[in-house]
Write a protein that binds this ligand. Structure first.
Ligand SMILES: Cc1cc2nc3c(=O)[nH]c(=O)nc-3n(C[C@H](O)[C@H](O)[C@H](O)COP(=O)(O)O)c2cc1C
Length: 160
């Protein structure tokens, strides 16, 4: 049963991630969420608005790096979710400290919880969104506690 005021997206808590992209000279990073598809295979899905620079760079490169945000990245999550990459280079604008850059690969902010280098294996066009199924081809975790999101509020994770 749903009431008129409730939105499905308000009911479902989700991890906060950053999607970092590069194609040629252009790079970008935005806040998003993600869902794993299988525990056996390193498969995950993300949904990216077609109008975002992030969506365009993924369309061109077929790859992205998914960064699992940590509790210490609360401010960064809000900043990267509110500025458009086609208007500003967010790495410069917010002076984001990154792990050492690797040529041709998306930049990864320092102090995250984990990163996963992903290759898109299929794409569904649903209204204004690309729903992407991707395979993580490389990953590294740092053990920093992850950041979660529900109804526009950021949370930490606690064991029960
Ligand atoms: C917590 C949070 C989660 C978000 N999740 C998504 C998402 O899953 N997909 C999406 O397209 N935009 C999402 N956004 C909005 C984008 O981060 C935002 O529109 C961003 O400015 C787009 O950046 P770009 O224009 O550089 O690609 C989210 C924003 C926040 C704050």
């Amino acid at each position: 049963m749903s009431t008129a005021k409730q939105q499905v997206s308000d009911l479902l808590p989700c991890p906060v991630v950053f999607i970092s992209t590069i194609h040629g000279e252009k790079r970008d990073i935005m806040t998003a969420t993600a869902l794993f598809v299988s525990e056996k295979e390193p498969l995950l899905t993300v949904s990216v608005a077609k109008r975002h620079l992030t969506g365009k760079l993924i369309e061109r490169s077929g790859t992205f790096t998914l960064i699992i945000a940590s509790e210490s990245q609360k401010e960064l999550a809000l900043k990267l979710g509110s500025v458009r990459g086609d208007e500003e280079d967010k790495f410069q604008l917010f002076s984001i400290k990154t792990l050492p850059a690797e040529p041709g690969k998306p930049l990864v902010p320092a102090d995250d919880s984990a990163w996963l280098a992903c290759r898109v294996i299929s794409r569904q066009d649903i209204d204004d969104y690309y729903v992407l199924l991707a395979r993580a081809i490389e990953h590294k975790g740092f053990g920093n506690p992850p950041l979660l999101w529900q109804k526009g509020i950021l949370f930490g994770l606690k064991s029960l």
